[in-house]
Design a protein around this ligand. Structure first.
Ligand code: EPZ
Length: 427
């Protein structure tokens, strides 16, 4: 295992190439199994979550090749002529919960599937009740046995008119994939509106689907009998970009983020400007400048898109630990997404948890300490806090970071951060 060592205090100055979006690429890779034609997806990020998914779908019958493209992202050439195996094993699904979404292509192309329950993770129990009730309404027969969802289709699947209790991103992806190949008109209300839903819908439409309303809370899909191959580009990672923008806000300095436009981090823009980050947006890059190190206390509440993204909550909290006052950070999406709090407190942060809200009283200084990464975005939050802390911090179990951030230490080091990745002799 590796650890990351950071000596805090440096300003960030330089350019960072934003990689392809993890949360757009994963559903797009799964959607490639909906056709037996060849599919090319460009700008796939070099992340362990992508490798885990590819390992799984290879067992299902996909053949693929990853070719290096520019700025360390990949071009994926993939073809699933036949589904050879309809079992998605616990060993792989537990490593990356979104793998559960392969249930859609397996049922649609094979007629039955056995997919491991994804299980919970550090940030919550992550139930799948919406997926199962949707599938049953479509006419699939579902049983849960030995930790697996066993689903089969006796007759044709039926189009549905379904209202989500909560605008789940994953269930919206699942609906798009399923209904694209179910004859008739399906409607999803209270649908997720995230940009990743839009990119999946655009991909499916380019494959021959008839989807309208994506990006709004009501999506209508007219099913077709066949989806064809395509060549498509995965969008840039808005959470990666937001993470670096918040790091700049914490350290001060000047960062140019390439391959991203300001509209991808619109939800952050006003918060950054509110804490004296000057933003210059160009067609395909964003320049961020922060001359001072003063941080304004700011209250946020995570919400489904277009609200403040839960995937930036931990990183935003790291910034607020240095603010001039009190900030309230309310997490409304996941029930346990405060694992970073106790680690930030180890650096000297003043944070009190009151059920779903963290009360953060900013301090002048944090002090480097040994830290433990607990989940993907929490790890990024520790890096942001450590970049400004006095002294050296050591962050262990950085495999959490590798799930969603491509070479974060190299990208920060190239901008002047005193950051090193080393083998962890103690693990
Ligand atoms: C996606 O997860 C993202 N993952 C998450 O990013 C992101 O935090 C989340 O959407 C919310 O934006 C990927 O895209 C791979 P949800 P997903 O279904 O689809 C509840 C990261 O750090 N729910 O929108 O699993 C659920 O418990 C990851 O990149 C049910 O109750 O999230 C949660 O409270 C973390 N029943 C809420 O909905 C269900 O059947 C939102 O979850 C499904 C979900």
């Amino acid at each position: 295992m590796d650890l990351i060592q950071i000596k805090g205090g440096n300003f960030l100055e330089g350019e960072i190439n934003i990689s392809g979006s993890k949360n757009a690429s994963l559903p797009m890779v799964i959607a490639s199994l909906l056709t037996k034609d060849k599919v090319i997806i460009r700008n796939i990020p070099n992340l362990s979550d992508v490798s885990t998914l590819l390992e799984l779908i290879e067992t299902l019958g996909s053949e693929f090749e990853l070719k290096n493209e520019n700025n360390s992202s990949y071009k994926l050439i993939i073809q699933t002529k036949k589904i050879k195996n309809n079992l998605a094993s616990y060993n792989l699904v537990r490593k990356m919960r979104a793998s559960f979404w392969v249930l859609a292509p397996l049922i649609l192309r094979y007629g039955e599937a056995k997919v491991s329950l994804p299980g919970g993770c550090a940030i919550g129990i992550r139930p799948i009740n919406f997926y199962l009730s949707m599938l049953e309404k479509m006419g699939a027969l579902i049983t849960i046995k030995d930790g697996y969802v066993q689903a089969s289709v006796r007759n044709n699947l039926k189009p549905i008119n379904y209202k989500l209790d909560f605008p789940s991103v994953g269930v919206t992806h699942f609906f798009l994939m399923m209904s694209s190949l179910i004859e008739g008109e399906s409607i999803l209300r209270n649908a997720a509106m995230e940009p990743e839903v839009i990119s999946l819908a655009k991909m499916l439409n380019k494959m021959g689907a008839h989807i309208t309303g994506h990006g709004t809370n009501k999506i209508i899909v007219k099913g077709c009998s066949y989806l064809k191959g395509l060549d498509i580009i995965s969008p840039p990672d808005r959470i990666e970009a937001g993470t670096y923008a918040l790091a700049l806000a914490a350290t001060g300095g000047k960062l140019k983020l390439n391959s991203i436009s300001i509209r991808e981090i619109e939800t952050l823009r006003y918060l950054l400007e509110n804490t004296d980050v000057n933003i210059k947006s160009h067609k395909n890059s964003i320049e961020l400048i922060k001359k001072n190190r003063i941080i304004q206390p700011t209250d946020i509440e995570t919400k489904p898109y277009p609200g403040f993204p839960t995937d930036l909550q931990a990183q935003f909290m790291a910034l607020m630990t240095y603010s001039k006052g009190r900030s309230r950070i309310k997490e409304t999406i996941f029930e346990n997404r405060f694992m970073h709090v106790q680690e930030l407190v180890r650096l000297g942060a003043k944070i009190e948890l009151q059920s779903d809200t963290a009360i953060v009283d900013g301090v002048k200084k944090l002090y480097g300490a040994p830290l433990m990464a607990t989940d993907l975005r929490a790890s990024a939050s520790l890096i942001i806090a450590a970049l400004r802390a006095e002294g050296t911090s050591t962050i262990r179990r950085v495999y959490h970071l590798d799930r969603g951030f491509d070479k974060i230490e190299e990208k920060l080091k190239s901008c002047g951060a005193a950051i090193e990745r080393k083998r962890d002799k103690n693990e």
